[in-house]
Design a protein around this ligand. Sequence first.
Ligand SMILES: *Cc1c(COP(=O)(O)O)cnc(C)c1O
Length: 358
Amino acid sequence: MTKKVHNFNAGPCVLPDQAIDNTIEALKNFRGTGMAVIEVSHRSKEWSEVMEETESLWRELLNIPENYKILFLGGGASMQFLYVAMNLLEHKAGYLETGAWAKKAFKEALGLGNAIAVASSADKNYNYIPKGYTIPSDLDYFHITTNNTIYGTEIKEDIDSPVTLVADMSSDIMTRRVDVSKYGLIYGGAQKNVGPAGVAFAIIREDILGKVSRHIPTMLDYKIHIDKKGMFNTPPVINIYIMLETLKWLKGIGGIDKIHEINLRKSQMLYEEIDRNSMFTGTAEKEDRSIMNHCFVMAKGYENLQDEFLSFAKENGMVGIKGHRSVGGFRASLYNACTEDDVAALVKCMRDFENNNK
Ligand SMILES: *Cc1c(COP(=O)(O)O)cnc(C)c1O
């Protein structure tokens, strides 16, 4: 398929054409079985191969060390908020409160035990990443959200933590190199950069498990899923299949370092325009700006043109640039499958709008 619009949706979002085309083929005849990929047994040889290939691509692309296990689970990132607290919280957990998703993760821990916000950027509507805080050494784990999808801020470097570091990387996994060995657990929903909604990934260093005294319900127990090699129950098959095809595409274009280079170019192109264009203003602090989600509003004096810009952008083929209701204005999400041409089209649209309205 060839896309007819420029898709800047925040998630679900644009996926590579190649991944969609290959999935359509697999829905017609999956690996010569004469069945659709959603019709075969999840215990079949063909399906086992899909699981193995998907896992090995994760390991290869992210350079995941041997002592980490990888799971693909239903329930999205929001269910992982609960998994994290269920499996790791005994005495006290710490959360970095950098936005709405971070708060939701924090809330699940509060529902199960003692948890604290180590630092927060709520005072400025989450438009920056807190700095200079100290992570207490008596925490069971410290939880961060590396990319704040709604506010357009991002922790772009792996941080040092004296306790087990847990990260929600829903919206920036596979977009830049990560030193997995610095984390006890990395998880996220697939639907921004690695596949469709409904499946979550969890990369777990096994030794962090088995340390809590609570009863963990079967389906929420990472250990059980690990022991059953991710097939304790029927996995979300079509989601995993699309993830495999998405990762194959990523490997094909050159992997993480290559996509990171492209992502930096795309992001810079758009931020340069946001900063240059007299009609728009970025909302996040410059040093913490996300390379994925670009949030901006109409500049002072032009607020009344907001709806007009939205219609103008729509007429020119832009999709999904309305900002989240908690920030307002606009948000353009430049995930891996969003191309440099898409970004150039948006930049042109912003320029044309400025020229038409000055
Ligand atoms: C999208 C998103 C989520 C929620 O994912 P679901 O799969 O819908 O539960 C959580 N955290 C972050 C950072 C996100 O971007």
